[in-house]
Design a protein around this ligand. Structure first.
Ligand code: NDP
Ligand code: ZN
Length: 200
């Protein structure tokens, strides 16, 4: 990162960069929130639940979907935020030349070989996605597809475990409540919902 004296500035630059790159995208969920809300939520979860203050991890979390989901090249991330952040973003980016099913399989295979910081980002990303699929799912997703996603996310997180206990426990709780709510839609659980609430 270019100026370690001003970490807040670097994070604001990362939010600005990601917001600009994702500017025409909305989340797939029925509430159609701006896409940038998702990387912000991932970074917030790492900080609030995971207790992570490492600047490169938080900046990479803010940027984690830019290469995969926008026209951004890794070189641009490196130029703007340095090689450390760029490497983390690349680590959590799928190879877009591969078919979707293969990309999903490789996320499980590659999990144990990622750096600890990349594994923490992956866990936070999957936590946010499970939460979104539970509370604001894409409107055209069947129950079977939602359950399939939760099962897959569980496998990816299992492959990434051993880096941050609070984050991993929080994922387990979000997943458990997600499954409960999908199975019993009339009686949604309270607590770990759309908000970031640490579980003890
Ligand atoms: P994905 O399963 O890849 O879609 C989920 C991804 O979309 C998330 O990982 C997340 O990406 C992003 N996303 C955007 N908005 C939301 C939101 N509101 N909630 C959660 N995630 C969101 O779907 P694809 O359409 O790309 O399909 C790929 C795979 O889905 C296929 O290979 C197949 O396995 C499966 N599939 C299953 C079907 C079924 O009926 N069972 C039907 C069709 C496909 P990010 O991590 O970048 O944030
Ligand atoms: Zn994501």
């Amino acid at each position: 990162m270019s100026d370690p004296l001003y970490p807040q500035v670097e994070l604001l630059r990362a939010v600005g960069f990601a917001a600009e790159r994702h500017r025409y995208q909305l989340r797939k969920g029925a509430d159609r929130t701006p896409y940038i809300n998702h990387p912000i939520a991932v970074a917030e979860l790492l900080a609030q639940v995971g207790g992570i203050s490492d600047l490169a991890t938080l900046a990479a979390a803010l940027l984690h979907d830019t290469v995969e989901d926008t026209k951004t090249e890794p070189d641009e991330i490196e130029d703007a935020f340095g090689v450390e952040v760029c490497d983390l973003v690349v680590e959590v980016t799928d190879d877009k030349r591969l078919p979707k099913a293969e990309r999903k399989r490789l996320q499980i295979v590659h999990g144990p070989h990622l750096s600890e910081r990349a594994r923490a980002i992956k866990i936070a990303d999957k936590t946010c996605n499970v939460r979104d699929i539970t509370h604001t799912p894409p409107s055209d997703w069947s129950m079977e597809r939602k359950i399939e996603y939760l099962d897959w996310a569980e496998k990816v997180v299992s492959a990434c475990r051993g880096v941050n206990q609070p984050l991993e426990r929080y994922f387990d709780e979000v997943l458990r409540r997600g499954r409960d709510e999908l199975e019993n839609p009339a009686a949604p659980a309270t607590g770990v919902g759309a908000m970031v609430v640490p579980v003890s």
